[in-house]
Design a protein around this ligand. Structure first.
Ligand code: HEC
Length: 259
């Protein structure tokens, strides 16, 4: 942060923090000072104005061909909020999230559309772990991964699709890029580099963007009533997807309980 962006109060506050940090060094570390400075810069959630789901989906579909799934979903919402709200959306580096392509840098982990939806919902509402007061709404990102896993995708049909032949729909039973793309490739017979697979993923990003804005609009109206659909840590003692048997077969391991 440059000095001209710091108010006098901030500067004085920072000096106070440094003094407190110096006092802490004697007690064995400078962590409190770093924590205090980061906490000062954090300002979220950000304001939301209702958007048109179909328009958002069209933006996501077209943006996929420029920045792939994750940045397409983030940009489909934030580009419109740049116009309707302005800052801080104008300063948000949407294109930086291009790295979510291919399940994050090609590793086939979380589908970028899900990651993008979670980035957006968390910027606007706050995290799943924010506590019971956030239960209606903060869970939007978590619930979208459940919806993604259970839905025959893609559901959104672009107005002017780049690929005119019919695109197969598949249910992934997983929020993972590798599983979602793999099941679709098996069902359709198309390879990863085909125009059909590419258009399928662009339509999946559009489908997720549509659902995300539907949910955000409902939340804004106070009508998002879904609770957290998935509590693996509470229920199973481990972070996990819900389809344990898909990977573990019949022998789902029990985590250690520490007793
Ligand atoms: C995407 C595949 C996948 C899913 C879905 C999944 N797991 Fe796992 N899990 C694994 C893999 C791979 C390991 C590592 C296994 C090993 O090291 O032998 C693992 C490890 C574990 C472990 C600790 C290691 C062990 O073998 O005891 C537990 C406990 C566990 N899983 C429970 C669950 C439960 C409960 C669920 C569902 C709520 C679940 N898993 C869903 C793939 C998965």
């Amino acid at each position: 942060m440059t000095e001209d962006r710091l108010s006098r109060r901030d500067v004085l506050g920072a000096a106070g923090v440094i003094a407190a940090g110096a006092a802490f060094i004697g007690l064995g570390g400078a962590l409190p000072r770093a924590e205090a400075n980061v906490a000062k810069m954090e300002k979220w959630p950000w304001p939301y104005k209702k958007l048109d789901p179909a328009k958002t989906a069209e933006i996501a579909y077209n943006e996929w061909y420029r920045v792939f799934c994750g940045a397409a979903v983030v940009g489909s919402v934030f580009s419109q909020l740049r116009e309707k709200v302005g800052e801080p959306y104008k300063s948000f580096p949407i294109d930086a999230f291009v790295f979510l392509e291919g399940g994050m840098a090609g590793w086939g982990t979380i589908c970028g559309s899900n990651a993008g939806a979670n980035i957006v919902s968390n910027m606007i509402i706050g995290p799943r772990i924010a506590g019971p007061e956030c239960e209606n709404g903060a869970v939007i990102g978590s619930n979208i991964m459940k919806w993604y896993s259970e839905t025959s995708l893609p559901v959104y049909m672009p107005k002017d699709p780049r690929v005119k032949t019919e695109i197969a729909k598949t249910t992934s039973d997983s929020p993972l890029c590798h599983v979602s793309v793999g099941k679709w490739m098996k069902a359709s017979g198309y390879p990863i580099g085909s125009p059909e697979r590419r258009d399928r993923c662009a339509r999946v990003a559009a489908s997720v963007a549509y659902k995300l804005v539907e949910d955000l609009n409902a939340w804004k109206d106070g009508k998002y009533a879904e609770k957290a659909a998935w509590g693996p840590v509470k229920n199973f003692g481990i972070t996990a997807q819900q389809n344990c048997a898909d990977c573990h077969g019949a022998n789902i391991p029990a985590p250690p309980t520490g007793k």
